[in-house]
Structures are given as structure tokens and as C-alpha cells.
Design a protein around this ligand. Structure first.
Ligand SMILES: [Zn+2]
Length: 169
């Protein structure tokens, strides 16, 4: 099932999600739907708040569906180490068509639980490190625009307000 993606302005995107506590068939179904929703939107990551669920759960696939081995499910992820710096264009399915150069760690290590509930630690660099940080932010109620300069952020917010008024958001 493909969920509609919640856009910036909805409260669920800006509050911390509840921890995942039940690792059961319902979670499996939800994760499958999140992958389907993410691929349909051509995203490389999707967090549960983006489909309206205030839950610390996200899926990532930096291969955009090309490599089944790069499918990642992170429940209750925490960034436990970060190193270096990269400044690349970043976007978000909840802020469609807005991209901005965003500084992130070049290497990041995340500790999370898998679909089974088993805890694991995984390190990534480049786009994967960026995805870890972007999705962990979502689960804490934070969006990538919070990393931009105030000027840039206000400009994006102003453009969105205009689109909301025009019924285009
Ligand atoms: Zn996002």
C-alpha cells in the first residue's frame, strides 16, 4: 500500500516519534508499505512521521531500489558516532522541490533495531551517512531545513506559505 506523504506544516513532522516496541507482523507490513511508498516517490529514505505515524521507524535505500542488499530498516535509531564533513544538496519528500546545500558528517554510525528487534550498529559514509542523519533527525521531529542558515530557511518557509495560500501545497 502506498501512503500519501505528509508535507511540511503538519505537526507530526515536528515532534519526536514514540519508540517502536512491538516487532511483529504489523511492523513487517508497515515496513513493506514504507518501502513501497518511498520507491513510488523516488526517495532514498522515508521516516514514519512522513506517513503520519509518530514512530521512531525509518527505511533507507541509497540504491533507489536497484540493489536489494542496500534496503535498511532502522527502528529506534541513534547516531552514536559522526566524523568529518560533507556539504551537498539535500532534499526531503516532505518538502518536495526544495533542495539546499546541507552540511552533514561524512561518516556516521547508527545503532538501531532490525525488523526482528535485534540491535545492530552500522557505519556509512557519503550519501548513506547523510541518510542516517536525515532520518534520525525526522524521528526527533527535526527537518533538514533546520540545518540551513536562517535566511535560507525563512525564504523556503515564505515560498511554502505562498503555495499554501494558492492551494498548491
Ligand atoms: Zn526527509
Amino acid at each position: 500500500m502506498i501512503y500519501p506523504i505528509v508535507k511540511y506544516g503538519q505537526e507530526v513532522l515536528e515532534k519526536p516519534g514514540a519508540p517502536v516496541t512491538k516487532f511483529d507482523g504489523n511492523l513487517e507490513k508497515l515496513v513493506a508499505d514504507m518501502f513501497e511508498t518511498m520507491y513510488a516517490a523516488n526517495g532514498v529514505g522515508l521516516a514514519a512521521p512522513q506517513i503520519g505515524l509518530s514512530l521512531k521507524l525509518c527505511v533507507i535505500d541509497v540504491s533507489c531500489g536497484k540493489d536489494p542488499n542496500s534496503r535498511l530498516v532502522l527502528a529506534n535509531p541513534v547516531i552514536v558516532a559522526a566524523e568529518g564533513e560533507q556539504a551537498e544538496e539535500e532534499g526531503c519528500l516532505s518538502l518536495p522541490d526544495f533542495r539546499a546545500k546541507t552540511t552533514r558528517p561524512l561518516h556516521a554510525t547508527v545503532r538501531a533495531q532490525a525488523l526482528s528487534g535485534t540491535e545492530f550498529t552500522l557505519s556509512g559514509e557519503g550519501l548513506l551517512a547523510r541518510a542516517f542523519c536525515h532520518e534520525a533527525d525526522h524521528l526527533g521531529g527535526k527537518l533538514f531545513i533546520s540545518h540551513l542558515s536562517r535566511l535560507k530557511r525563512d525564504s523556503i518557509k515564505r515560498q511554502i506559505r505562498k503555495m499554501v495560500k494558492a492551494g498548491e501545497w
